[in-house]
Design a binder for this molecule. Structure first.
Ligand SMILES: [Zn+2]
Ligand SMILES: [Zn+2]
Length: 107
């Protein structure tokens, strides 16, 4: 089991982990402000326009700390190295959350 991610401060932790009993999807929930995409290690402000867009943020709105660097480019690089085109091929399970980052550590 992967541990729930620890964020920069309690406020961020609470916000990212908002669980609402009326909305399963944070994009549907007006209480959800910040989304965390484990795959890319990206934080985003959720835009409640009925779609699924969010604005990536580089600093925590509460404690002001710099957030981890986005791993999006590395994700694409890593898949390319394996000859996988995410637009066409099936993305391996470990690349669908943050496990691919763990497997890279210690190399
Ligand atoms: Zn809700
Ligand atoms: Zn913070």
């Amino acid at each position: 089991m992967t541990q729930p991610p620890k964020h920069c401060c309690e406020a961020m932790n609470d916000r990212v982990n908002v669980r609402c009993d009326r909305h399963d999807d944070p994009f549907d929930c007006p209480d959800a402000l910040v989304g965390f995409t484990a795959t890319f290690q990206e934080y985003g402000l959720i835009i409640h326009d009925g779609g699924r867009s969010s604005i990536t943020i580089a600093f925590c709105p509460w404690c002001g700390r710099r957030l981890p660097e986005s791993q999006r480019d590395r994700w694409f690089d890593e898949l390319e190295r394996r000859g996988i085109d995410p637009a066409e091929d099936e993305v391996p399970a470990e690349f669908q959350d943050d496990r691919w980052l763990a497997s890279r550590r210690g190399k």
